[in-house]
Design a protein. Structure first.
Length: 206
């Protein structure tokens, strides 16, 4: 996986070549990723879904993150990222189910990794309940959701915790409930402007 070729870009999002994923993260090259947020509506309230990253993951293991996300290879278009929803979450969705929110910058620096992304961000509105997920367990250990207004308060700093509910898969493959008051350390820490942009655009379109 570290040898996969990604397109790399300058600060203006202009392509400048290709590099392996390992080199991209070691040298902090800008590259493109696919992000998709699952949204549902329950009793007149909107909910945002987060995946729980597997304990097996090399980076950010056991933290909550974007519902589905992945790197775009050098020969891929942004829409090709739909495979992440299909492979990791087992959701039978197509490109027509996705709506684009925009391209947002996200930076995560946890030496020795420097992750500089131009993220093509989409959302999918779905009435799917938790039963509909078929998780790729080496990638995703669970799914939770949080009320959208509470997510906004959490990321704006109005609240220090975020109530999430869902499920996780334990060692024997059994699905068990997952309910907690999560803190910021429980989440992959994207730069603040990324979540501000995502939440602002979702509020516009929902």
């Amino acid at each position: 996986m570290d040898s996969e070729l990604l397109r790399i870009f300058n600060d203006e999002h202009e392509p400048i070549g290709e590099a392996t994923r390992e080199e991209v993260h070691a040298k902090g090259f800008w590259h493109e990723t696919f992000h998709c947020w699952l949204v549902s509506k329950v009793e007149d309230k909107y909910y945002l879904y987060f995946q729980l990253r597997s304990t097996c993951k090399k980076d950010y293991a056991s933290q909550f993150d974007i519902t589905a996300a992945g790197h775009l290879l050098a020969n891929e278009r942004a829409e090709d990222g739909i495979r992440e929803l299909q492979e990791e979450l087992g959701l039978p969705l197509t490109v027509n189910d996705m709506k684009k929110l925009g391209v947002f910058e996200t930076r995560i620096q946890q030496p020795p990794m420097i992750d500089m992304e131009f993220a093509h961000v989409y959302y999918v509105f779905s009435d799917a309940d938790f039963v509909g997920f078929q998780l790729q367990e080496e990638e995703v250990a669970g799914i939770v959701r949080a009320e959208l207004g509470a997510v906004q308060d959490f990321y704006s700093g109005k609240c220090k915790t975020l109530y999430v509910e869902g499920f996780e898969i334990i060692e024997d493959g059994k699905k068990i409930p997952l309910v907690k008051n999560a803190i910021h350390a429980d989440f992959v820490e994207h730069n603040a402007s990324y979540m501000d942009n995502v939440l602002a655009k979702l509020t516009e379109v929902l």
